[in-house]
Design a protein around this ligand. Structure first.
Ligand code: GLC
Length: 740
């Protein structure tokens, strides 16, 4: 992809069932407005000439209970736009509240996808807290700007549930709400731009967050697919859904009050029914049509939906609304535009009595179908009515007032017509996706658009997605030690026209190695393998690889290691700051201490399976059995899909040993410590004559690493090594490294 072609945008919306056609909106609480929003936004962005490609990343679901479409790894949405489905935990469909443990793995798959594309996105745009969490990691690793749309917010939800009398523990266990709020805080910290749908969302909702930053927020109302939502034409055949509706009604031709929502307590359908049931004049004048999701067997629905529908049936009976109220059992996504048109043809209104309405997409759909609206006096409807001037606002808690407003809205024919026309105009002017995209890209240009900004982001971007080779160096006495050599090395790398990933692998912890690199004016690495391979950090934001940490925790018991080795002669614990969760470090006096083999044996007898590594004849590190610099390098190389023979590794002392053996191209600098002598003659280990970074430069030369294809040089070295007999010691070292 050529940046000249336009922006590469990666959108992430993890949960729910996401596909391009026949969206199953309302099928469950996770498949609703957000799914529609992201699919339509992806299409609309891709249609803009300033955008080259949009990838919408979502969770791949392989589950016989849902359609097979959700298992397809890719689905085209439009030219330049596609859905990409990534693994995320178990294969089966899961509700969003339980996805948290799998999001790190989703982020890793996203990295791999971007690596396949070979281009760091110009924008990573995440939707909802779960994707926000993924975005924090992804943007941290890639150095890409993070855009975010919350859709709804955890703090607001928690307050609402508390107000409803739910116990904090119940809220916690049912919704994992603190996890969500923490993810939202981190997202707001990371985001360069937060897109809200209404002013009120910014002022009343986002403001509850510690990382609230109004200057990074932009109000851009969502678009509506106006080609689907248009006013009724004069002579059109009856839509199929009409029969479904009319079979409930004694006099179907009366004005139709339409409500359309998920069967959710907060949509406040009960108050609407009471308003209708208690107002005789309204009942005489109009029918009420409640389209509240699809159902087969009420008893098979989730608790919330069940209780909403039970109340509905009860109230119909209680007010004897038979023949006046329709509540169709099923409808398809394609029936929805027909429902608005049917209500418009019958000179009805659309009503949204939700307790709160931050957004109100259905109101815009109604407006764009020429149907006036009556809606809750809250952020979304307030903005929409200010733009469209096509109806009335109501207090959703006051059933009598709701009834009166509905009657009022239906009573004046001329005003009704003026509303219908104003709604059409307002929807087109304010809520077309094309105008959303214009405003979106205008905001985006501020962040990534100007040449200066582009350069800034380019500097921060990771090289890893597009590099075809990488260098990983030990730090002390390898990268450092001779200032002129260090300078020369990076000048040489800078002159290389291609993209080389750069990493360091060190015994130091993150803070301490960052300080050293700064002192030595070493450019910020794309990957930092620290604390002898027990920690890996990626990208400009130094995002810690949590999966690596989990993986190496296998059979690790830090306290028992310390207890077992306590009092061993010749071993002295190092300073506190060098001790890490997965690394216990000692100073060793080889004269007084038992042999490494004896130490390992002692630990094994205590059922401790660990890696014991001696360096420079003075340090001793005990690590989990699955942690070492070499294993960390392999994890990094695998993650980014680099061939091992395109990875040059450089070391100097004992903790580098296992990193230097294997199929990477290895260099040992001239000033190496004695522990590495055993590697001499080993295939693909070059012993440089010169010390420090001079040795690295020599190694680059030796392997022809900066030539068009370093491969040839590696083959040569391989062939050469095959002919020469391996010295005894080298073979032993190779085996030991392989076993460790
Ligand atoms: C660094 C670390 C130290 C470790 C040594 C060898 O000096 O600070 O804790 O023992 O490297 O890996």
């Amino acid at each position: 992809m050529d940046p000249q072609d336009g922006l590469y945008i990666v959108m992430i919306s993890v949960h729910g069932l996401v596909r391009g056609e026949r969206l199953e909106l309302g099928r469950d609480p996770d498949t609703g407005g957000q799914v529609k929003y992201v699919v339509e936004l992806a299409r609309a962005l891709a249609a803009h000439p300033g955008v080259a490609r949009v990838d919408l990343l979502t969770r791949r679901v392989q589950d016989p209970k849902v359609d097979a479409a959700y298992a397809a790894p890719e689905e085209a949405l439009a030219p330049g736009a596609r859905i990409v489905r990534l693994e995320c935990g178990p294969r089966r469909y899961l509700r969003k509240e339980v996805l948290w443990p799998y999001l790190t793995s989703f982020a890793d798959h996203a990295v791999q996808h971007i690596r396949r594309v070979g281009h760091v996105p110009d924008i990573v745009h995440t939707h909802y807290a779960d994707a926000g969490h993924v975005g924090v990691r992804l943007c941290g690793v890639l150095g890409a700007p993070h855009f975010h749309t919350g859709h709804s917010l955890g703090r607001v939800k928690r307050e609402r549930l508390l107000a409803q009398g739910l116990a904090p523990e119940t809220i916690e266990s049912r919704y994992n709400i603190s996890r969500r709020i923490e993810a939202e805080e981190q997202t707001m910290d990371s985001a360069a731009l937060v897109i809200a749908s209404t002013r009120q969302e910014v002022e009343k909702q986002y403001q509850r967050y510690d990382n609230y930053g109004p200057d990074r927020m932009e109000v851009i109302p969502p678009g509506v697919d106006l080609s689907r939502f248009r006013p009724p034409a004069r002579h059109t055949p009856r839509p199929a859904i009409q029969r479904e509706v009319d079979r409930f009604l004694a006099r179907p031709e009366k004005p139709m009050i339409l409500a359309l929502s998920r069967p959710d307590e907060r949509k406040n359908i009960g108050t609407l029914l009471r308003a209708f049931g208690e107002n005789a004049a309204l009942r005489a004048q109009a029918n009420l049509v409640l389209v509240v999701g699809n159902r087969d067997d009420l008893k098979a629905m989730d608790r919330g939906a069940q209780s909403v529908l039970q109340e509905l049936l009860y109230l119909v009976d209680r007010y004897d609304l038979y023949g006046h109220v329709a509540y169709p059992k099923r409808h398809a996504a394609d029936d929805v535009p027909e429902l608005y048109r049917l209500a418009a043809r019958r000179r009805g209104v659309f009503v949204n009595p939700a307790l709160t309405e931050p957004f109100g997409l259905t109101l815009i759909e109604a407006a764009s179908s020429g149907l006036p609206i009556v809606a809750t006096n809250d952020g979304g409807p307030r903005d929409i009515l200010a733009n469209c001037r096509n109806g009335l606002l109501i207090d959703p808690l006051d059933a009598t007032a709701v009834g009166a407003a509905l009657l009022d809205a239906l009573s004046d024919r001329r005003r009704w017509q003026a509303w219908a026309r104003a709604g059409l105009r307002g929807a087109r002017g304010h809520y077309a996706w094309a105008s959303h995209v214009e405003r979106y890209l205008k905001a985006a240009r501020r962040i990534v658009g100007t040449r200066q900004r582009r350069r800034l982001w380019a500097e921060r971007k990771s090289r890893l997605p597009s590099c075809d080779r990488a260098i990983v160096c030990d730090v002390d006495h390898t990268l450092t030690g001779d200032r002129r050599a260090t300078q020369e090395l990076f000048a040489r790398l800078e002159r290389f026209p291609g993209n080389i990933g750069f990493g360091v692998a060190t015994g130091r912890n993150l803070q301490s190695v960052l300080a050293v690199l700064k002192q030595w004016k070493v450019p910020r690495p794309d990957v930092l393998i620290t604390s002898v391979g027990s920690e890996i950090h990626y990208g400009p934001k130094l995002i810690k690889d949590a999966i690596w940490e989990q993986r190496i925790s296998y059979r690790w018991n830090r306290d028992r290691v310390v207890r077992t080795l306590r009092g061993t002669p010749g071993l002295l614990l190092q300073e506190a700051e060098t001790q890490r969760p997965h690394k216990v470090s000692y100073y060793i006096d080889p004269e007084k201490a038992p042999s490494i083999e004896a130490l390992i044996q002692r630990l094994r007898k205590n059922d401790l399976h660990v890696n014991v590594i001696e360096s420079s004849g003075q340090f001793l590190d005990v690590l989990p059995v699955r942690a070492s610099k070499g294993l960390a390098v392999r994890d990094f190389v695998l993650k980014w899909g680099l061939p091992l023979d395109r990875v040059l590794v450089v070391g100097q002392s004992g903790n580098d040993r296992d990193m230097l053996t294997g199929n990477t191209l290895a260099v040992v600098v001239g000033n190496h410590s004695a522990e590495l002598e055993g590697l001499r003659g080993h295939p693909l280990v070059h012993f440089a004559e010169r010390p420090h970074a001079w040795g690295i430069l020599e190694g680059l030369e030796h392997y022809g690493f900066l030539e068009a294809t370093p491969r040839a040089a590696a083959d040569e070295a391989d062939a050469g090594a095959g002919e020469a007999a391996l010295p005894e010691d080298a073979e032993g070292a190779a085996e030991r490294a392989a076993a460790g």
